[in-house]
Unconditional design. Sequence first.
Length: 272
Amino acid sequence: MKNILKAPFIKELGEIADNMYRQGWNERNGGNISVLLDEKEVLPYINKNKIIRDLEFKGEFPSFAGKYFLITGTGKYFKNISKNPEANLGIIRISDDGKNAHLLWGFSDGGTFTSEVAMHLGAHRERLKIDPNHRVVMHAHPTCTVSMTHIHSWDEREFTRSIWSTCTECIVIFPDGIGVLPWMVSSGPEIGRISAEKFKEFRILVWALHGCTVTGTSLDEAFGLLETVEKGATIYNNIWQCENRKSIDDKMLMEICKDFNITPKEGWLNPQ
């Protein structure tokens, strides 16, 4: 077996986690990440028949039977992932009936996966129906995005338009918009179920007064969505009270879409 600590997927997740922690988006044990792995990239590093123990989650995910995920642990700190991946990460394979998971590597201190595992699996399930190249679900507490939910309405169309209007790249990076959920208790089955429904429509989901969850085909793409939303929210928070503030209006946004050959979410712009 190859040394799993040198596996590209382990090293990349550690680097991303370090970056997210430095940004201040994943304080203490805040946030979680999961990556859908191909069997061919996992098997050089682990014995698929050596099950360390079984881990339970709420819900059933039969469509993922036999599938492998790299996932962060509950109560784990992002700042420690790259220092000690084996204690802070786990590789799981979903059981044949989709009702639990076999731990094949990681959580060496006896831990388990993030308490939001059901939300992750639901998000993966729905995004794969839309994009077969989907691989990543990433949750963080980006400061300015959360701050914006304290002062802005939670209407997702208006929330998205406010961020689109801050800088040119926003509508280019996420023309499909941002979903917004009202405040809910985290880690419960209800927020996981509703989030999964939202991911049928959006790649980005803001949980009001809590954080932001994004999806992508790679860790880089997901992180790019997160940092672009946070950039727009930062600008919005800096200017929203300014009397003479400027913004990108709907006509300008349509010009951007035309120039970049992208289609904004239907009905969300009203160009004059």
